[in-house]
Ligand binder design. Structure first.
Ligand code: C2E
Ligand code: CA
Ligand code: CA
Ligand code: CA
Length: 279
C-alpha cells in the first residue's frame, strides 16, 4: 500500500530516532542538573482561612536550566521516574528541605509542617522509611514537622508493603497526605486500609467549583468523607475569593493556591513567616 511505502517507514524510523536522541540528551542533562544542584525547591503556603496563618508548606521542585529557564516538574519528574534518576533527585531534594527546615527552626520560625511529594517508586524502595527518617534526624528535626504526599496510584501497586511503610512513618509522627484526591476511581475502598491523615482535594474540582455544578456535589462528598474518617482536608489550586468562600461553606478550612501565594523560593517564605510572627 502506497501510504505505508518505504519513505513513510523511513520517516517513521527517523522521527523515532530523533525522539530517542532527544530523550537521551534530556536524561543526560537531568543527570547533570542533579549533580550541579540546578534543581531546587520552592515552597507554597497552606493557609488556615479562619486564622489566616500559614500552617504548612508544600515543597515543589523547580529546574533552573541555564538556557531554557525554569522547567516545570510536570516535565522532568516523569523523566526522572522513567530513568531511575528519581532516587538521586529525591535524596538531593530531601537534603535541601531538611537544611532549609533547620534554618527556619534556628530562626524561631518553625511552627508549620513541610509536605514533600514522593513518587511511587521511591516509597517502594526498600530503604525508603529508614532513609527518610535518617535525613530528618541527622538534621536534628522532629518527624512531626514533615508530611509525605502520596497519590492514589501508589495504593494500587503493592498494597501490603505500602501500608506497612506508611504506618512505620506514621508511628514516628510523619503525616501522610493523599494528593489529588478524587481523580482516581477506586479511592473509597483504600481509605479503610490506609494510614493517612489528610486528603487534598484536587485542583481540577476547585477550579470548576463556581462554573460547573458537578464539582459541588463531589467536593461536598469529599468533605463528608474527610469528616467521617476524621481526616484533615486541604483544597489546592484556590485562585479566587469566590472559590475560597464556597469551599469554606462546604467545611474546608485549609487551603493552598495562588489566591494566597504561588510557590516561592525559601527567602520569600522566610519573609512571610517573619511577618506572621511579627519579627
Ligand atoms: P501537585 O503535587 O498536585 O502540586 C500542585 C501543583 O499545583 C503545583 O504545580 C503547584 O504549583 C500548582 N498550583 C498551586 N496553586 C495553584 C493555583 O492556584 N492554580 C493553579 N492552576 N495551579 C496551582 P507544579 O509545581 O508544577 O508541580 C506539578 C507536579 O509535579 C506536582 O503536582 C507533583 O505531582 C509533582 N512534583 C513537584 N515537585 C515534586 C517532587 O519534589 N517530587 C515528586 N515526586 N513530584 C513532584
Ligand atoms: Ca502535592
Ligand atoms: Ca495535588
Ligand atoms: Ca497533581
Amino acid at each position: 500500500v502506497k501510504w505505508r511505502g518505504k519513505n513513510g517507514y523511513q520517516y517513521y524510523e527517523a522521527s523515532m530516532n530523533a525522539m530517542f536522541h532527544k530523550k537521551l540528551s534530556m536524561e543526560n542533562e537531568l543527570r547533570r542538573a542533579i549533580e550541579k544542584k540546578q534543581i531546587m525547591l520552592h515552597y507554597q503556603p497552606q493557609v488556615d482561612v479562619e486564622t489566616r496563618k500559614i500552617i504548612g508548606l508544600e515543597a515543589l521542585a523547580r529546574w533552573h536550566h541555564p538556557e531554557l529557564g525554569i522547567i516545570s516538574p510536570t516535565e522532568f519528574i516523569p523523566l526522572a521516574e522513567e530513568t531511575g534518576l528519581i532516587f538521586s533527585l529525591s535524596e538531593m531534594l530531601l537534603g535541601e528541605a531538611c537544611k532549609q527546615m533547620q534554618l527556619w527552626e534556628a530562626a524561631g520560625l518553625l511552627n508549620f509542617r513541610l509536605a514533600l511529594n514522593v513518587s511511587p517508586q521511591l516509597v517502594e524502595e526498600e530503604s525508603f522509611v529508614s532513609k527518610t527518617l535518617s535525613y530528618i534526624q541527622s538534621h536534628h528535626l522532629k518527624p512531626e514537622f514533615f508530611e509525605i504526599e502520596i497519590t492514589e496510584n501508589l495504593l494500587v501497586r503493592d498494597l501490603e508493603n505500602t501500608v506497612a511503610k506508611l504506618k512505620a512513618l506514621g508511628k514516628h509522627g510523619i503525616r501522610i497526605a493523599l494528593d489529588d484526591f478524587g481523580t482516581c476511581y477506586s479511592s473509597l475502598s483504600y481509605l479503610r486500609q490506609f494510614p493517612i491523615h489528610n486528603i487534598k482535594i484536587d485542583k481540577s474540582f476547585v477550579g470548576d467549583i463556581n462554573t460547573h455544578d458537578e464539582s459541588v456535589p463531589i467536593i461536598t462528598a469529599i468533605s463528608g468523607i474527610a469528616k467521617g474518617f476524621k481526616l484533615d482536608l486541604i483544597a489546592e489550586g484556590v485562585e479566587t475569593l469566590q472559590q475560597m468562600k464556597t469551599l469554606h461553606k462546604m467545611g474546608c478550612n485549609i487551603m493552598q493556591g495562588y489566591l494566597f501565594s504561588k510557590p516561592l523560593p525559601a527567602q520569600n517564605i522566610t519573609t512571610l513567616l517573619k511577618r506572621q510572627a511579627n519579627l
